[in-house]
Ligand binder design. Structure first.
Ligand SMILES: [Zn+2]
Length: 440
């Protein structure tokens, strides 16, 4: 029960050995894809590359990337699982499905082995976040179609007492937190903040009256933003761990460790690449680029060079925890990035700055506008009731700090009262695009 790692051999494997393992599995996965999936055969042939051309991990770059758009289109070619799927439907035991908010929903199929391995990875990541069999875990994630739902099974397989809460109204959730005193919860960063604030308004101090000591978050960059993380940790008197998942692969593909310096990706199950989305070339270690993932062990549907749409930085340096698997930090979604004054800006860049300013609540909203055909942004923040600075003074501080850290000033900073911005119950919507179509 007190072992340090869930699977020490895999998690601390020397990189040289890990890469030999990855190359062997990569060859198998690519051969499977080429032999069984009409899509992969067609796309590899078109790119003039054959599985036998993959002789090193770097050779993966010879293969075409796979976008969500392709996955969606190929689902229509062969309903319902698409022609990237390499097994018959009777071997598929589970599909998660995207919400369809950015197009037709896509199904992500798992064989029995895929599902069991998915849950073993979840157990590993929960263990890494300090969960042990004597913990009580409350799973406050959506169960409907969402790939994060079944992650609770990973906690159960680890031996924790699991409470399948799902996304219930916050009053009900606070009641459960009081009643059952769970020690670990999983939610989004913005909801962790909202829930703590709401409990406080009801006279319940999350730090003193509740037993949560570990908060697991995913789905937004907040968990990797030091100032946001620390604010949530203080509110709850708990330690926060950031997880990273993607419905096309696993509910969580990686998690932070106790040193909180990036998310370790389970590299025995997938290959991590970080590329420049414009050129498709790999970026230097530590530079920002788009995260590309390739599965190594998927039986139902291999995902070869899947473009996640997440902008990350990555390091392969060994972590203080002893784990050798690469660590990523998520900066934001490619869709959320905007360019103003020649600077690439993510909402998380703004969040970094404003979470450090005294006297504002930390909630914010960015509105993109066009001014003489140029993209500019307005920034709304909220003044805390107890703030020492006036509205005008806060406005100046926010303007100054954004300009000095990001290199570009908001067109206008609007200081609202505490509670005027909408609170997120799932993922916070931080950007409103008010630009006229076709102009940016
Ligand atoms: Zn670590």
């Amino acid at each position: 029960m007190n072992k340090e790692f869930w699977n020490a051999e895999v998690e601390t494997m020397p990189r040289e050995e890990l890469e030999i393992y990855q190359l062997g599995k990569l060859k198998e996965q690519i051969t499977l894809a080429y032999e069984k999936s009409p899509y992969y055969r067609e796309s590899f042939d078109k790119a003039g590359v054959h599985p036998k051309d993959i002789q090193s991990l770097e050779d993966i770059r010879k293969l075409p990337v796979l976008t969500k758009k392709i996955v969606r289109a190929r689902q229509d070619v062969k309903p319902i699982l698409g022609d990237l799927t390499v097994v018959d439907e009777d071997q598929v035991v589970f599909i998660s499905s995207s919400s369809g908010s950015t197009g037709a929903p896509t199904a992500s199929p798992f064989s029995k082995r895929d599902f069991d391995e998915f849950q073993d990875v979840e157990s590993r990541l929960f263990w890494q976040a300090g969960m042990r069999p004597n913990d009580r875990y409350i799973h406050a994630l959506n169960f409907t179609l969402f790939v994060g739902g079944p992650d609770v099974i990973g906690a159960q397989n680890l031996g924790a007492l699991c409470i399948w809460a799902g996304t219930i109204p916050s009053d009900r959730l606070i009641f459960l937190l009081k009643q059952y005193q769970p020690t670990v919860i999983w939610t989004t960063p913005s909801y962790a903040w909202y829930l703590g604030e709401t409990a406080k308004k009801q006279g319940i101090d999350p730090a003193k009256d509740l037993s949560i000591k570990t908060i697991i978050v995913a789905g937004e960059p907040g968990g990797s933003i030091t100032s946001t993380r620390e604010a949530i940790e203080e509110l709850w008197d708990a330690k926060l761990y950031d997880f990273y998942g993607i419905s096309d692969i696993f509910g969580a593909c990686g998690a932070a460790c106790e040193f909180n310096d990036g998310i370790h990706i389970a590299e025995d199950h997938m290959i991590v690449e970080v590329i420049d989305p414009e050129t498709g070339l790999p970026v230097a270690e530590g530079e920002r680029g788009e995260l590309i993932l390739t599965t190594l062990r998927k039986e139902a549907r291999p995902m070869i060079r899947f473009t996640t749409g997440d902008i990350v930085t990555c390091t392969s340096e060994k972590c203080q925890c002893g784990r050798t698997h690469k660590r990523i930090k998520v900066v934001g979604r490619t869709d959320d990035m905007f360019i103003s004054g020649g600077v690439n800006i993510f909402p998380s860049d703004v969040e970094h700055v404003i979470r450090e300013i005294e006297g504002i609540t930390g909630e914010y909203r960015i509105s993109l506008i066009t001014d003489k055909h140029i993209t500019k942004f307005n920034l709304e923040v909220e003044r805390e009731e107890t703030a020492n600075l006036s509205v005008d003074e806060l406005k100046k501080v926010v303007e100054h700090d954004i300009k000095s850290r990001l290199g570009v000033k908001p067109k206008e900073v609007i200081v609202l009262k505490d509670g005027e911005l909408p609170r997120a119950t799932h993922k916070a919507k931080r950007i409103v695009d008010l630009r006229k179509e076709g102009i940016n």
